[in-house]
Design a binder for this molecule. Sequence first.
Ligand SMILES: [Zn+2]
Ligand SMILES: [Zn+2]
Ligand SMILES: [Zn+2]
Length: 173
Amino acid sequence: MEMSLPELTNDIRRLFGVTDAKCSARVTFHSRNASVCYRCGRSFAAGDVMYRTRVGHPGFGGAWGYRLEPLCEGCAPRNCRYQHPTSCASCGRQVAIQIDWVQRKRVTCSDECKNRADTLARVAARASSEAARRQKVCIVCGDSFTATRADAKTCSLACKQKHYRRRLLGGKS
Ligand SMILES: [Zn+2]
Ligand SMILES: [Zn+2]
Ligand SMILES: [Zn+2]
């Protein structure tokens, strides 16, 4: 008997007594923008430490995925171990991340802040590699200079003319 995937998923849901309402309620990811505690729904006040804790979510086809959901200090499970609170790389809020096997490059409070921090890091990396590319040594006088053009070889108009004259005379540049 052939079954389509949605039918199969519905069967599994019925088997575990998961109604659509229950399911969609459980698949609300607070970690996307992290304004309230995942468990009690209270907003985080300024200065509150957010405890990002692994929470399982039913995914497509009954598979489970884990996300780091925001919990307030009162709701954070006592048996969980957390990293020392660190400022979110994007908004500066204090975040303690549950210790697990995932090595994180930077600590952020939410998906929104993570995306923003990733974008900023990408832009900064591109800008610094661009700046490094424009840092050159003049082929005439040997001084280092910041080129305005990627193909610049000389530091100044004087050196450029000197270089041009040398080339006309057939000398080495
Ligand atoms: Zn709470
Ligand atoms: Zn943040
Ligand atoms: Zn020069």
